[in-house]
Write a protein that binds this ligand. Structure first.
Ligand SMILES: [Zn+2]
Length: 260
């Protein structure tokens, strides 16, 4: 299996690892800081550094599948085309350093946490989600119109509040007893181990109270990588709202142009 270090610490930029397998689908390591495509969030890119310092560029990361198409507990690091010259040198058992493209990953983390802020601002079920390094989009199952500037102002307010973002977990049974925790109709909670990872944001100050004793801003099952504090999301705004269908409103997030 591949130990998924990023689930416990999204800020790990690199780790030492051993090559377990090399195949058509990619390179499997015993542990990694690379997030595999899932839950709407794009897979990481970066580099494997070989013992002699050679860089092997990784273009994408995926969860491995078995012959029946079921996800396994391995993660495939997909070599970039320009790695073709280096790839034949790599052997099973080699020690490497897995280094994620941190600048790209941090943008993914900012956008992913921003989509959870949107879930607070738009309390409707989500039926589509895509998080990329350049933009994120969230589709809400709703018919009422949404106001772009009001949502951007709402995000800015939650960013200015500098709310902590916390990773925890609940049991499958606890999740089954609280189905309302699942905000998404399109992304299944990250089950499989008997416990489901959760992300909570908050809490806002209660009226006249101490910081953090109000209700949580957001709490939902999620396997993605997140910033540790909403203040890191600064600069993310709603760039577009689309009426995708009669029952779907799409909210697109992007970075505000520099200087605004
Ligand atoms: Zn999420």
């Amino acid at each position: 299996m591949t130990q998924d270090l990023f689930r416990h610490d999204a800020y790990l930029r690199e780790c030492a690892a051993t090559v377990l397998a090399i195949g058509d689908q990619g390179i499997v390591l015993d542990r990694t800081v690379f997030y595999p495509l899932g839950g709407g969030q794009a897979g990481d890119s970066g580099w494997l550094l070989l013992a002699d310092g050679t860089e092997l560029p990784i273009a994408d990361t995926r969860k491995a599948k078995d012959a029946e198409g079921r996800f396994t507990d391995q993660i495939w690091h997909q070599a970039a085309p320009q790695a073709a010259a280096v790839l034949p040198v790599l052997k099973v058992g080699d020690r490497v350093t897995a280094r994620v493209d941190w600048e790209r990953r941090h943008r993914l983390m900012r956008f992913h946490t921003a989509t959870h802020l949107l879930c607070h601002l738009v309390p409707q079920l989500v039926n589509g989600c895509s998080i990329t390094p350049d933009y994120a989009r969230l589709d809400f199952n709703m018919t009422d119109p949404l106001d772009k500037d009001a949502l951007s102002a709402g995000i800015a307010r939650l960013v200015a509040a500098a709310l902590p973002v916390t990773v925890a977990s609940i049991s499958d049974d606890e999740l089954d007893a609280n189905p309302a925790l699942v905000r998404s109709m399109s992304v299944q909670p990250p089950r499989g181990s008997g416990r489901v990872r959760t992300i909570s944001i908050g809490a806002l100050p209660a009226a006249g109270g101490q910081p953090g004793d109000g209700p949580k801003v957001d709490y939902q099952p999620c396997g993605g990588t997140h910033v540790a504090n909403t203040s890191e999301i600064a600069g993310v705004v709603v760039t577009r709202i689309e009426k995708k269908s009669a029952t779907t409103r799409r909210v697109v997030l992007g970075f505000a142009p520099a200087g605004t």
